[in-house]
Design a protein around this ligand. Structure first.
Ligand code: NA7
Length: 468
């Protein structure tokens, strides 16, 4: 919204948490949102009361709230996943999952610390803790095929000059696959010679950030050979940055751990160089078991690391976990956890059969993790507003998607996913990071432009909904 962005300037291209918090405060000051928000309250149960045509929503402060519409914006990384790590409960030092990070951070200067997990969170923490810890022990299971961030300082003048272009940029986002201004090349990798491909990869590498992932050949995430060419490029670039041959093989192995870009790639600044520091140790959990002791970590080759503080950066029950964690029930009282036992189901990634007038944003079966969050959420938010307006205009009390429409939507998601390399990887995109969770594509991979078309075409005649 112009009133928000014309009165704000970022200091960095990728701002840190503190600046993001200030930005949210700014948004609140401009739009006056918090007067309508109850902070610190958790939903502990919700069910649609068909007789009265309203939702009954229970919260942990003992209240019961009624509403005609129920909109969930509960995020994709809200339910932490802490695996059963041998001895973890007995550890006597500080230990945190990043979801419970203390507000003032953790001071690691002069301390011996460990990080388990090398996803986006692990990568950021390793770069930070590596700077000041006396010793940092990183326990890695799968290497992160991380890409260069390209952090930049931004000036207010530079941003102000471009603000007139923002409406056009916001529009253009929705014509792309990811909601970011990256346009996939209209060529396959095999259309070019080896030299031409290297030149393309070099150019995209030089653009930093997600360019090499999202502005590459159109078959890079679908064709194994195209993907392998890209991995080989990445591995060469990355291995040059790591001094120790053992660490080189663990962090950037010559054989890909999974196809490039099919597990959420992280953006890094000096991640690989951090491992060249004498204070940073790397344990390969593919080769070694570890046991956590009250005062440290024992590796099965006999090495013992004394540890004062530990980050368990092992991720989240992503995409579906948050909605499954609030005792949502369908009109008959059956919990969503049972409904989704054999996999998530939805219509358009925003509504669910048996949950009339409930809308969810940035969750299962939407573009969600395969899109830039704000771009996808804004689009979905607009659709929810349009759907509610249409209901009010047409005198409709409730909408409820049919199971057939959900089956069709799910088949659509599988159809798109099965043409890519994503199903080959055990990632949280596929629900495969949580033991026992069904492995399936959790996100809509058709791109934002197609998604927009699919969603609004339904509003013409409520196709796929029972309307009362
Ligand atoms: P992620 O991306 O799910 O990463 C979790 C990391 O923890 C990953 O390296 C996992 O290795 C590792 N992990 C998980 N279980 C274990 C066990 N049992 N032992 C050792 N290591 C383990 O979570 P993040 O918090 O980093 O990022 C979440 C998202 O937030 C991110 O993608 C961005 O979209 C923002 P694995 O790969 O499973 O072998």
């Amino acid at each position: 919204m112009p009133e928000v962005y014309t009165t704000w300037a970022w200091s960095k291209k990728f701002p840190a948490g503190e600046e993001l918090r200030r930005y949210f405060q700014h948004v609140d000051e401009v739009l006056d949102i918090s007067k309508d928000v109850e902070f610190g309250v958790r939903v502990t149960g919700a069910q649609f009361d068909a007789q009265n045509g309203r939702w009954d929503i229970k919260t942990n402060d003992g209240r019961l709230t009624h509403s005609r519409f129920f909109i969930l914006g509960v995020g994709i990384s809200a339910k932490p996943y802490i695996p059963k790590l041998d001895g973890l409960d007995c550890f006597e030092g500080l230990k945190y999952h990043p979801s419970q990070w203390p507000k003032n951070g953790i001071e690691v200067e002069g301390k011996q610390v460990a990080i388990i997990g090398t996803g986006a969170t692990g990568v950021q923490l390793i770069q930070e803790w590596g700077k000041s810890a006396k010793q940092l022990v990183v326990c890695q299971r799968t290497p992160n095929i991380a890409m260069r961030m390209g952090q930049e300082d931004l000036s207010r003048e530079g941003q102000d000059k471009r603000k007139a272009e923002y409406p056009g940029i916001f529009k253009e986002r929705e014509t792309t696959f990811s909601g970011m201004i990256y346009h996939t090349m209209k060529r396959n990798a095999a259309d070019d010679t080896h030299e031409e491909r290297q030149a393309v990869f070099e150019r995209l590498w030089g653009e930093y950030s997600f360019a090499i992932w999202l502005a590459n050949y159109q078959d890079i995430l679908a064709d194994p050979q195209a993907n392998r060419w890209l991995y080989d490029f990445w591995v060469k670039k990355t291995r040059e940055r790591i001094n120790d041959p053992r660490k080189k093989d663990i962090l950037a192995p010559l054989e890909p751990p999974h196809p490039f870009g099919t597990k959420r790639p992280s953006l890094e600044q000096n991640y690989y160089e951090t491992f060249n520091q004498p204070n940073v140790e790397l344990v390969d959990l593919k080769q070694h078991n570890i046991e956590i002791k009250p005062n440290g970590i024992l590796v099965d080759d006999g090495t013992f690391y004394q540890i004062d503080a530990m980050a368990i950066a092992t991720g989240y029950d992503a995409v579906t976990g948050s909605m499954l964690n609030m005792d949502l029930r369908n009109v008959e009282g059956r919990p969503l956890s049972e409904d989704w036992k054999n996999g998530a189901r939805s219509h358009l990634g925003m509504t669910r059969h048996g949950y009339p007038n409930m809308f969810f944003l940035h969750g299962a079966h939407g573009p969600t993790a395969l899109s830039n969050g704000p771009s996808g959420i804004e689009l979905q938010g607009r659709w929810v507003i349009d759907a509610i307006k249409k209901m009010l205009d047409d005198g409709i009390n409730s909408i409820n998607p049919t199971e057939e429409a959900e089956q069709e939507w799910k088949a659509n998601i599988y159809g798109i996913s099965d043409k890519t390399l994503f199903p080959l990887t055990n990632s949280w995109y596929m629900g495969a990071n949580i033991p026992g969770k069904k492995k399936e594509p959790l996100n809509y991979g058709g791109g934002l432009a197609k998604y927009e078309e699919d969603c609004w075409s339904v509003l013409k005649d409520w196709r796929g909904f029972v309307v009362l």
